[in-house]
Design a protein around this ligand. Structure first.
Ligand code: UGA
Length: 451
C-alpha cells in the first residue's frame, strides 16, 4: 500500500516550478516554493508573479488566500514540511553548449543537508532538463553525500520531465498528454505514479514508467523532434517561396491532415527561439558526438534555424535596397506570443543584423519591451502601440504572431508608413488582402504565376 503524499515542495520558482506548484496547490495538495532569490520570494508572497504567464497571478492569489501555497528561501523548512520535493531550477547553456549544472548541484546539496534530519521516507523528483546520466552520476551522489543516507533505501529518486509551454503553462499542467516517470527503484516510481493519479483522477494521462536515463533522453528527443518539425516546414517554405503560385500554409494544412504527420507545429516562420529548443539541441548534439555518433539530422535542424531569420533581412533588402538610414518597424520581440521572454528570440538576431546594416529600428511588443530594453538599450526606439511603430517606417516586419497584430490592414500601412511594405515572418496576414495594395512578402509565399 502506497501512502498518498500530499505535501510537496518545489525548488526553483521559474515558470515551470511556480506554475506547477500553484496548479497542485489549487487542488488536492499543499505546496511550498523555494528560491534562492529573496526578492523573488517576497514578491511572490506579495501576490505578484515575477514573469508574464497567463492566468498565473490569479491562481497565486487564490492559493495564498486559501493558505495552500507559500514560499521561502529556506530549503530545510520546505523539506521538513513536505514529503516530495520537485527540482525545477534552470539548466542554462554554457558557451560551449554544455548545460550549466550549478543550480542543480546547489539544490541537490541543500536537499541532501535537509534530508539528514528527515525520518520518514522522502522522494526527490528532478524535473529540470538534464542530459542522460546526470541524475544518477551528479545528483544522486550529492544527495547521498550531504544526507549521509542511501538512495533507494532512505529516500527515493525519480526523473520526471516536464513538457510545459511558456504562455500555456497552466493548461499544460492540468492537461498533460503523458507523464514520464524515470524511477531509481520501483517504490520511488510507485509513489510518484500514485501522486499523479491522486491529482488527475479519471483524467490521468498515460504514464510511462522507465529507468532514469531513458526519461532524461525522452525530454531531449521530444524537443528535438518538435524543432525538427519546425525546420522541416521552414525548409518547405523556402522551396515554396521559389515556386510560382505555391503557399506553404496550404501545403502545411494538407500534409497535416495525414494522421502520421499531424497538424501541429507546422507553422512556417522565421525559426524557433526560446529558452528550450536552441539550448537542448546545443546540448544534445555534442553529447551524442562525445558518445561516438554524429547526429547530422539535428545539426541540419540547427543550421536551418540559424539561417531562417536572415530571410527577413534579405526580403527587406529586396524591397529597399541598401538599408542605411532606412526606418524598419519590428512588430514582436518575444520569442513567441503570450510571453515576455526574449531569450534566444528571433527578433534579437534580426534587429542586430539590421542595426549592423545601418538601419534605424523601431520596435513594438505587447509584453516584452522591458526585457528587450535590457538588450538593446538606446540602440532602438520603443513604440507604445502597433500604429506608432509603423509611423514613418520604410518597411515593417512581423516577427512574433501576437493576436493583436492579426488586425493589421493594408490601410494601416498606407496611412502610417513612409513606404508601405510588409514582411510577414509568421504568416498571420492574408496575402490576398495585401499583395496588390502594398509591397508584400511572406515566409513560404511563392511569386505570382506568369502564364
Ligand atoms: C517548448 C516545448 O514545446 C515544451 O513542450 C517544453 O516543455 C519546453 O520547450 C521546455 O523544454 O521546457 P516553449 O519553449 O515554451 O516550449 O515554446 P514552444 O511553444 O514549443 O515554441 C518554441 C518556438 O518554436 C517558438 O519560437 C515558436 O515561435 C516556434 N514555433 C513553434 C514555430 O516556429 N512554428 C511552430 O509551428 C511552432
Amino acid at each position: 500500500m502506497i501512502t498518498a503524499y500530499k505535501r510537496i515542495s518545489f525548488f526553483g520558482l521559474g515558470y515551470v516550478g511556480l506554475s506547477t506548484a500553484l496548479c497542485f496547490a489549487n487542488k488536492t495538495f499543499t505546496s511550498i516554493g523555494v528560491d534562492i532569490e529573496e526578492k523573488k520570494v517576497r514578491r511572490i508572497m506579495g501576490g505578484k508573479v515575477p514573469f508574464y504567464e497567463m492566468g498565473l497571478e490569479t491562481l497565486l492569489k487564490d492559493c495564498l488566500d486559501k493558505g495552500t501555497f507559500r514560499c521561502t528561501t529556506n530549503p530545510r523548512e520546505a523539506v521538513m514540511e513536505s514529503d516530495i520535493s520537485f527540482v525545477t531550477v534552470g539548466t542554462p547553456s554554457q558557451p560551449n553548449g554544455n548545460i550549466n549544472l550549478r543550480y542543480i548541484k546547489l539544490v541537490s546539496r541543500d536537499l541532501g543537508e535537509a534530508l539528514k534530519e528527515k525520518s520518514n521516507c522522502y522522494l526527490v523528483v528532478v524535473k529540470s532538463t538534464v542530459l542522460p546520466g546526470t541524475t544518477l552520476n551528479n545528483i544522486k551522489p550529492i544527495l547521498e553525500k550531504y544526507s549521509g543516507k542511501k538512495c533507494g533505501h532512505d529516500f527515493g529518486l525519480c526523473f520526471n520531465p516536464e513538457f510545459l509551454r511558456e504562455g500555456n503553462a497552466i493548461q499544460d499542467v492540468l492537461n498533460p498528454d503523458r507523464i514520464i516517470i524515470g524511477e531509481y527503484d520501483i517504490k520511488s516510481g510507485d509513489i510518484l505514479a500514485e501522486f499523479y493519479r491522486n491529482f488527475y483522477g479519471e483524467k490521468t494521462p498515460p504514464i510511462i514508467r522507465t529507468n532514469i536515463p531513458t526519461a532524461e533522453l525522452i525530454k531531449y528527443a521530444s524537443n528535438a523532434f518538435l524543432a525538427t518539425k519546425i525546420s522541416f516546414i521552414n525548409t518547405i517554405a523556402n522551396i515554396c517561396e521559389k515556386t510560382p503560385g505555391v503557399d506553404v500554409t496550404t501545403v502545411a494544412k494538407a500534409i497535416g491532415l495525414d494522421k502520421r504527420i499531424g497538424p501541429h507545429f507546422l507553422n512556417a516562420g522565421l525559426g524557433y527561439g526560446g529558452s528550450c529548443f536552441p539550448k537542448d539541441l546545443k546540448a544534445l548534439i555534442p553529447y551524442s558526438k562525445k558518445s561516438g555518433y554524429s547526429p547530422e539530422l539535428l545539426e541540419t535542424v540547427e543550421s536551418v534555424n540559424e539561417n531562417q531569420p536572415n530571410k527577413a533581412v534579405q526580403l527587406c533588402k529586396k524591397f529597399l535596397g541598401a538599408l542605411k538610414d532606412k526606418k524598419i518597424a519590428i512588430l514582436g520581440l518575444a520569442f513567441k506570443p503570450n510571453t515576455d521572454d526574449v531569450r534566444e528570440a528571433v527578433s534579437i538576431k534580426i534587429i542586430n543584423i539590421l542595426l549592423a546594416d545601418g538601419a534605424e529600428i523601431v520596435v513594438y511588443d505587447p509584453a516584452a519591451v522591458e526585457n528587450a530594453k535590457k538588450i538593446f538599450k538606446e540602440r532602438v526606439k520603443y513604440a507604445s502601440s502597433m500604429y506608432e511603430c509603423l509611423q514613418g517606417a520604410d518597411c515593417c516586419i512581423i516577427v512574433t504572431e501576437w493576436e493583436e497584430f492579426k488586425a493589421l490592414k493594408p490601410e494601416d500601412l498606407i496611412k502610417h508608413m513612409r513606404t508601405p511594405a510588409l514582411i510577414d515572418g509568421r504568416r498571420i496576414t492574408d496575402p490576398e488582402l495585401f499583395k496588390d495594395r502594398v509591397k508584400y512578402a511572406a515566409i513560404g509565399f511563392g511569386p505570382k504565376i506568369v502564364s
